[in-house]
Design a protein around this ligand. Structure first.
Ligand SMILES: Nc1ncnc2c1ncn2[C@@H]1O[C@H](COP(=O)(O)OP(=O)(O)OP(=O)(O)O)[C@@H](O)[C@H]1O
Ligand SMILES: [Mg+2]
Length: 356
């Protein structure tokens, strides 16, 4: 188990990159650290790995603090974005390298045997004699992961390991990584800024912004039960539609449409509706075409995404999107009559706190 307690990091230039992070990661769990560039993902990973000291707070592995412990003694395998393979060494030598240096080094023959066992697990036996410069990005990535695993670490840390790969290879290797780490049962922290990547491979996701954990939860909960407006906007593609609306008696009002608060499910309110201005969030997939519409508008741009298409339109003088079945054959310029399913509406206050 990895316990991160009140972890803070203030860099030398006084920038506070982490503001009291608390996380508990279970053994064998695959957790993604997700968030926009600069939110502190690499900072956390480097502190766990021992490459960076925290300003305050604690990290425990299985109940024991590891602060001050040498990186080599932490039992961690690390994979970075730029694979950092030794260019003059063959694949097998790269993978053996961590086994034949340092104080508890193995005899060469034994190290080679172990490296070959792991190359079978990651399915790169055929690359044994190649030099990194003669391999594709995907192959180099597999070698880097194998080199991290060969020391049989307790924890695997991966920092944006797929960002140098093309889109299709990313899909393939992320699935390979998930099935590999599940097969060998290793606790894994995977850094990415790609929400789809995080959603598809994680047991749980830590979504961060500006050095703060916004939500630590199972993937479907981040999408269906966002803790706040930041999470609702970060998860989901295309992005959730948001509208500022005014509360007047039992109605939320905006220029082009109103919502009847009596139709909201009372049990879903997380707190009282204090104040008079709110932000309504409606995902593009939860707008519906309707004969009893909330509002009428026109398609500005149609984007095909396969079985579905995204129709862009304007409402309340702002751009918005709805996802519909491509078979509905609606074209640009055509009129749209749009309604919403009330159970799929989100409500936030102006600070972004989730209310409904
Ligand atoms: N050595 C440093 N000195 C000062 N500020 C730093 C230093 N390293 C990182 N930062 C700042 O700390 C913040 C967090 O950086 P970090 O590298 O952890 O972000 P990240 O979430 O990994 O981003 P990315 O997705 O771009 O890799 C950023 O605003 C960054 O500019
Ligand atoms: Mg980073």
């Amino acid at each position: 188990m990895i316990e991160i307690e009140n972890l803070r990091k203030v860099y030398d230039n006084k920038y506070e990159a982490l503001k009291s992070i608390n996380l508990t990661i279970n053994n064998s769990e695959l957790v993604c650290l997700l968030g926009p560039s600069g939110c502190g993902k690499t900072t956390i990973l480097n502190i766990i790995a021992g490459l960076l000291d925290p300003t305050s707070g604690d990290i425990k592995f299985d109940g024991k603090s590891i602060i001050g412990m040498h990186p080599k003694d932490r039992d961690i395998g690390l994979v970075f974005q730029n694979y950092a393979l030794y260019p003059h060494m063959s694949v097998i030598d790269n993978i053996m390298f961590p086994l034949v240096v340092g104080s508890n080094k193995l005899p060469k023959a034994e190290a080679k045997k172990r490296a070959q066992e792991y190359m079978k697990i990651t399915k790169i036996e055929s690359l044994e004699d190649k030099k990194p410069g003669t391999m594709s990005g995907g192959q180099q990535q597999r070698v880097a992961i194998t080199r991290a695993l060969v020391q049989n670490p307790k924890i695997l840390l991966l920092d944006e390991p797929l960002s140098n790969l093309d889109a299709r290879l990313r899909l393939q290797i992320r699935e390979e990584i998930r099935s590999l780490v599940k097969r060998i049962n290793i606790t894994t922290i995977f850094v990415t800024h790609d929400q789809e990547e995080a959603l598809s491979i994680s047991d749980r996701i830590v979504l961060m912004d500006q050095g703060i954990v916004q939500q630590f939860d199972r993937p479907q909960n981040l999408y269906l039960e966002p803790a706040n407006l930041f999470v609702a906007k970060f998860m989901g593609n295309p992005i959730i539609n948001t509208f500022e609306m005014l509360k007047q008696d039992n109605t939320l009002v905006s220029q082009d449409f109103s919502l009847d608060l009596k139709k909201f499910d009372k049990d879903r309110f997380k707190c009282d509706l204090d104040g008079d201005k709110f932000i309504v969030g409606i995902r593009p997939e939860y707008f519906v075409l309707s004969h009893t519409p909330l509002f009428k508008t026109k398609v500005t741009v149609k984007e095909l995404i396969g079985k579905d298409c995204i129709l862009n339109f304007e409402v309340n003088n702002q751009a918005a999107k709805i996802i519909v079945d491509t078979n509905s054959n609606i074209e640009e310029g055509q009129e749209l009559a749009i309604s919403v399913e009330y159970e799929n509406i989100y409500l936030f206050n102006l600070e972004g706190k989730r209310i409904y």
